[in-house]
Ligand binder design. Structure first.
Ligand SMILES: [Zn+2]
Length: 332
């Protein structure tokens, strides 16, 4: 339990919450906010994760009324999942107003659609996977079970305020510039304090793994193009320490961004080479990834990530796409 709570400074604490899937851990942060604390990202709601938060609050003597705000980088379930729980947990009975959850409007709407309103996405996803060229019998197994994930995002927050890119978020001694960084999630935000050369980077820049950049039926077009564009903007920032949503803290900010850009450029060229005389997204996916070794959950991300790369190449006019029932890509 002890190594789940990492004191980075008097004002910054990393809370490492368990996840019941391959990623294993999501990093959340407590940032001192004058006489209170501000939470950045919350974890997936499981009993194990509740225990880690409880231990962190005990260690820091954080009680009801001591949380000022709950800030989210984006609304993927491992970041959004405990926002409502933590908000409820810290409602001060005297003040009777829970701490607000601060998030981009786009991300909050996505969370409502997918987790809260229980929209049945299966028919949309099945049609979409078919257009990617996935055989119908495989589509059932890779769709996964959204019901479990929905359970792990309850309760939903009741008091929500929307963050605007370009605004400054004052948290204790920090002045965070709010920057919109689409790609991994359409409304993803990062929080940058130039005076402290510090950034809370969510899932936009990670060590060891490349953030998943996927095209989904409900996501905006060309996520990879928007991701690479926002990476190049972030590369200009002066950063000594980045606090990411997964894996290790980042101390070579620019170097890591250069690696991420190079990774995608290499993958783009592999995918283009895998087109041969013409191919579906599924064909390219099986040629570029070792798909036999992937779980069905990983297969879903491999396929949607392949699609993001192919769509990027179409936008760049390096590939042609025929818009029939199944999308086929070919060299121009
Ligand atoms: Zn994410």
């Amino acid at each position: 339990m002890h190594d789940s709570i990492v004191h980075l400074s008097d004002d910054l604490v990393q809370v490492r919450l368990p996840l019941p899937f391959a990623l294993k851990i999501v990093n959340c942060y407590l940032v001192r906010d004058d006489d209170k604390w501000c939470i950045f990202d919350t974890g997936l709601h499981t009993p194990q994760a509740e225990n880690v938060w409880r231990a962190a609050f005990k260690q820091l003597d954080i009680r009801r009324g001591n949380i000022s705000r709950i800030v989210l980088t984006h609304s993927h379930p491992d970041h959004y999942g405990m926002a409502g729980y933590l908000q409820r947990h810290f409602t001060d009975s005297r003040a009777d107003k829970p701490p607000p959850v601060l998030v981009s409007e786009q991300e909050f709407r996505a969370a409502q659609t997918v987790f809260q309103h229980g929209v049945d996405l299966k028919p949309v996803m099945q049609q979409f996977l078919g257009q990617c060229g996935l055989p119908a019998q495989a589509s059932e197994s890779i769709l996964g079970n959204l019901a479990d994930i929905r359970m792990a995002t309850q309760p939903h927050p009741t008091r929500v305020e929307f963050l605007q890119p370009g605004q400054t978020l004052h948290v204790g001694q920090f002045r965070f510039e709010i920057i919109h960084t689409p790609g991994h999630a359409d409304g993803h935000l990062v929080f940058y304090d130039p005076a402290h050369r510090l950034i809370l980077s969510g899932d936009h820049v990670l060590m060891f793994i490349t953030p998943n950049i996927s095209q989904w039926p409900l996501s905006e077009a060309n996520p990879l193009g928007r991701y690479l564009h926002s990476l190049r903007q972030l590369q200009q920032l002066e950063v000594d320490l980045a606090l990411p949503g997964h894996k290790k803290l980042i101390t070579n900010w620019r170097g890591r961004i250069v690696e991420l850009v190079a990774h995608h450029e290499e993958r783009l060229s592999h995918m283009k080479n895998a087109i041969n005389g013409g191919a579906t997204a599924f064909d390219v996916c099986t040629r570029v990834f070792d798909t036999d070794a992937l779980s069905s959950h990983e297969m879903r991300f491999a396929l949607t990530e392949t699609l993001a790369h192919l769509e990027y190449l179409v936008k760049k006019e390096a590939l042609q796409k025929s818009d029939r029932e199944v999308w086929r890509y070919s060299l121009p």
